[in-house]
Design a protein around this ligand. Structure first.
Ligand code: DP6
Length: 361
């Protein structure tokens, strides 16, 4: 039986012989974290994120029809202008997973060229922006084959395909806030794709800022796939999945009311819980660095002294995302420059903000 028949392409009438599509898609930062999945790429709990604006991947997908359909995919991969063979296995397995929904893939030779706006190996997750950009490109090609597809269906399928590349990637197709994973209280939510947060968002969250402090650019000690796997048989996993579900309910209310103190509490607790899960798995990991903790303490001190609505969140790494309202931008940036840059590797940080998702470049 075919899973998700709504995403299977109806009969292909004619394929374009060659061309190129160029798309760009951002990274995203989870407020309630996705950590734990079951096959194939289905989340154990719903997650919600801010789509970012400036941290993006731009991907061009050049396609040329092959003489006959072959048994293998045929693609070449260039990263920042140079061949990049270590990315190929991830794309190969992505193609294998999505093929039944986009059956034209083997009929083309592809050249995929990709580049990021953020520094390479900065520890910023490039899988979310990279996989969403590629999925969005594939949907631009599908549009040429299946002109009847509506824009809404195209976005939903792009998110569906992106999820099969990397779970968090499905949350980058749209913005400013998306939810991935079935949740009782989020209308239209699904495990199979992310949706735009379907309720009113308080103006406090307009242009919300995310300054990413690059604390440590070292290689990840644990890949996210391994990390997700460690939630199987984890002593606290069931409670954690329940907690995430409750936190989504809380955030739904907070995003509507604009209560920033409540926002801070949920977001910081989620970040620390994510790391607590890694610290209490077997094997266990500490992905924070001393400077991560020093920054967190500085943020708490600054908040106490000034009453600012600045908070932090973390991904599966040492870097710190600082989230704050647009109205506090100048003061917080001064604080970052005077007090926090010293904890960043080579003084590096990236000022980003909430954004709208993937688009044609
Ligand atoms: C900690 O989406 O990178 O960033 O589905 O295995 O590709 P895969 O995992 P990935 O996991 C991201 C985990 C996280 C939290 C989040 O973004 O929700």
């Amino acid at each position: 039986m075919m899973d998700y028949p709504q995403f299977v392409l109806p009969k292909i009438i004619e394929l374009p012989s060659e061309g190129v599509v160029v798309c760009t898609s951002p990274s995203n930062i989870a407020l309630v974290k996705y950590w734990g999945k079951r096959p194939v790429q289905l989340p154990e709990n719903a997650s919600i994120s801010f789509t970012l604006d400036l941290c993006r991947t731009t991907t061009s997908l050049r396609y040329k029809k092959r003489d006959k359909t072959a048994v293998d995919f045929d693609f070449e991969l260039l990263f920042e202008g140079k061949p990049k063979s270590d990315f190929k296995p991830k794309i190969q397995s992505f193609f294998e997973r999505v093929e039944k929904y986009v059956p034209f893939l083997k009929q083309y030779t592809f050249t995929i060229e990709t580049s990021n706006t953020f520094p390479h190996s900065s520890g910023i997750a490039s899988s979310a922006s990279g996989m969403s950009a590629l999925a969005y490109c594939i949907m631009q090609l599908e549009k040429k084959i299946n002109s009847e597809i509506t824009d809404a269906a195209c976005l939903q399928k792009a998110s569906f395909l992106a999820r099969l590349g990397s779970g968090s990637a499905c949350r980058s197709i749209e913005g400013p806030i998306t939810v991935w994973g079935k949740h009782q209280e989020i209308r239209g939510s699904s495990d199979a794709f992310a949706i735009k947060f379907p309720y009113n968002i308080h103006h406090n969250f307009e242009n919300y800022q995310d300054t990413i402090l690059l604390i440590d650019k070292g290689e990840k000690q644990v890949s996210s796939t391994v990390g997700h796997d460690l939630m199987h048989g984890h002593p606290f996993s069931q409670k954690r999945f329940e907690q995430a579900t409750t936190n989504i309910t809380k955030l739904k209310e907070i995003l509507n009311s604009g209560d920033l103190d409540a926002f801070i509490e949920v977001v910081e607790s989620e970040a620390l819980t994510l790391h607590a899960m890694m610290m209490t798995s077997l094997p266990y990991f500490i992905l924070m660095k001393p400077n991560t903790l020093l920054v967190i303490n500085k943020v708490w001190q600054y908040r106490k002294e000034t009453g600012a609505k600045l908070c932090f969140t973390l991904d599966a790494g040492a870097n710190v995302h600082l989230l704050y309202p647009n109205s506090e931008k100048d003061q917080v940036l001064d604080f970052i420059k005077s007090e926090l840059v010293a904890y960043c590797q080579n003084g590096q940080y990236i000022s980003d903000k909430i954004g709208l998702g993937a688009k044609k470049a």
